[in-house]
Design a protein around this ligand. Structure first.
Ligand code: PMP
Length: 360
């Protein structure tokens, strides 16, 4: 069976070179006589793997020295609780900007730990645009401002960085981390589940500014206390070793392929092919405001939703899978993360054209 074009929102397609290297190293990592899966997290082999993954991520993202990089568990949904437990403490309130299902979920979970102010909400316009910062009602006394930089379901993405003054900006970057260069120094904390642009599920990357450590609420479990994890080099509990290893291979692969500037160019080119076709077609449509469209997740609808099943079946027959949209929005969604090739996007557009001709 040849490899499919996998448009899954996550866990998602990974670079073939990474999978091949992992396969080659499966039984015997670098002459150690064991698989990475079998290594003690405290042994010299895994410590080297972990250190290299962190160093490569720091280099790729330009993470300044005043930030810790933590490899944690619990995923981005876990972080919805872990972030407020660690950061809301100072004054018990936080601002949330709601731009889609994921940030809505984050805001809801945070309410358990303090007062949540919805500073802006894109729901009245069905999450098809990011509310302009001029419309946000930020509280200057908030402990932090939370955004989701890319809404995986609705397909809206921040193409600008909010200015929150001295209030730390916290971003869920699960679905667009490593897709382009960003200025980490503008954020207090960044978190991301790995399973879209970084590797397999199981590891959550947290990049946190040093001054935000040490304010956790007393209820915070030690394994989810950023300071405890920072002091233990993410080894307070057994970290998800294999996921960290694969993420490290992905980082090296991204670096070898030109780093984040090259990823951005590649992602813009792919997204352009798909959006240009959607915009030119009267058979398919994408509801998102042009300036807020995600380069990673492209939702689209067919003119007649009774054709959805046939569309998906035809795509599957051509080796294109996981195009069904999220149940909350319906239609289709093509997730085109770093590891999706231009060839895959062009194959999708060619199929869409053919389907349109048959059914228009
Ligand atoms: N935030 C965003 C932006 C996501 O895309 C996802 C997963 N699709 C999550 C949070 C939840 O991630 P997890 O299930 O790994 O906790």
């Amino acid at each position: 069976m040849p490899r499919v074009f996998n448009f899954s929102p996550g866990p998602a397609t990974l670079p073939e070179a990474v999978l091949r290297q992992a396969a080659d190293e499966m039984m015997d990592w670098h002459g150690s006589g064991m698989s990475v899966m079998e290594m003690s997290h405290r042994g010299k082999e895994f410590i080297a793997i972990h250190a290299e993954a962190e160093a490569t991520l720091r280099e790729l993202m330009g993470i300044p020295s005043g930030y810790k990089v933590l490899f944690m568990q619990g995923g981005a949904i876990g972080e919805n609780a872990i972030v407020p437990m660690n950061l809301i403490g100072t004054n018990g309130k936080a601002d949330y900007v709601v731009t889609g299902d994921w940030s809505k979920k984050s805001a809801k979970e945070a309410k358990t730990y303090g007062t949540v102010n919805i500073a802006a909400n894109g729901e009245p316009s069905k999450f098809t645009a990011i509310p302009k910062q001029s419309e946000w009602k930020l509280d200057p006394a908030a402990s932090y401002v939370h955004i989701c930089s890319n809404e995986t379901i609705g397909g809206v993405e921040f193409h600008w960085t909010p200015d929150t003054g001295s209030v730390p900006l916290v971003a869920d970057m699960s679905s667009n981390i490593l897709s382009r260069p960003i200025d980490v120094g503008k954020y207090g904390l960044i978190y991301a589940g790995a399973q879209k642009n970084m590797g397999p599920s199981g590891v959550t990357v947290v990049i946190v500014r040093d001054d935000l450590l040490g304010h956790a609420l007393p209820v915070t479990p030690s394994a989810f206390n950023y300071q405890t994890q920072a002091e233990a080099d993410s080894m307070y509990n057994t970290p998800p070793t294999y996921s960290i290893y694969i993420a490290g291979l992905v980082y090296k692969h991204v670096k070898a392929n030109g780093g984040l500037a090259a990823m951005e160019e590649h992602n813009q080119a792919k997204a352009r092919v798909l959006y240009d076709y959607l915009d030119a077609s009267s058979f398919y449509s994408n509801p998102v405001a042009k300036e807020d469209r995600s380069l990673m997740n492209v939702p689209f609808k067919l003119k007649d939703d009774s054709l959805d099943e046939a569309f998906l079946k035809g795509a599957q027959a051509k080796g294109m899978i996981q195009l069904k949209g999220h149940r909350s929005v319906g239609g289709m969604r093509a997730s085109i993360y770093n590891a999706m090739s231009m060839e895959g996007v062009k194959a999708l557009v060619a199929y869409m054209q053919e389907f349109e001709k048959q059914h228009a």
